[in-house]
Design a binder for this molecule. Structure first.
Ligand SMILES: [Fe+2]
Ligand SMILES: [Fe+2]
Length: 192
């Protein structure tokens, strides 16, 4: 799996809280997968002229919807039901950092996508480590690998469309900001 680029790890209190309220966590997790698919679709609609991006985002949307389907399966097995989407303060905060201007906006969309995926990969990996051996643990292990691939996918797209120097500089800024944001938000039984 790709080495995590994140500047700081999630607090142990987050993991404890999620494991203690795993049913609630699953409901939020389903919503997060669905939103990730929606984000990928919105990207490819916004940039129909960028072939590499369109291909990558159509595959990503399909994969995120498969994740959603799997989480829904776990939810239904537990006799739970999906709830209406709630705001995700972490994602909203990170999305608010996107700069205007078509070039800066595309770069920021790709890099914020990458950082959100990297945090997802880290957190699914943490959950997988704590779950007892079985289907659910294997599912979270495979999700950690997928989200790490997605982080690389977004980062590679950034390098495909922009000079390495500008990608590197903005990537470091966003990673630093993400760590501050992640640490400042209250802990919830949620992916973020
Ligand atoms: Fe996913
Ligand atoms: Fe993802």
């Amino acid at each position: 799996m790709a080495v995590s680029p994140l500047h700081c790890p999630s607090p142990p209190a987050w993991l404890e809280h999620v494991l203690a309220h795993f049913d609630l966590f699953l409901l939020d997790h389903a919503a997060a997968e669905k939103k990730a698919a929606g984000m990928a679709l919105s990207m490819l609609s916004h940039y129909p002229d960028k072939d590499q991006l369109v291909t990558a985002m159509s595959e990503l949307a399909a994969e995120e919807m498969m994740h959603f389907r799997e989480v829904v399966r776990l939810i239904q097995e537990r006799k739970l039901r999906l709830t209406a989407d709630e705001k995700d303060p972490y994602v909203n905060e990170i999305r608010s950092w996107m700069r205007q201007g078509s070039e800066a906006y595309l770069l920021d969309r790709l890099l914020t996508g990458a950082v959100i995926e990297a945090r997802g990969a880290e957190r699914f990996g943490l959950i997988a480590k704590e779950l007892e051996a079985g289907v659910v643990r294997r599912f979270y292990q495979s999700l950690a690998r997928s989200e790490a691939r997605h982080y690389e996918l977004f980062l590679n797209l950034a390098f495909a469309y922009f000079p390495a120097q500008s990608v590197d500089a903005r990537w470091q800024e966003l990673l630093a900001a993400e760590s501050r944001c992640m640490q400042s938000l209250p802990i919830r039984a949620a992916l973020h």
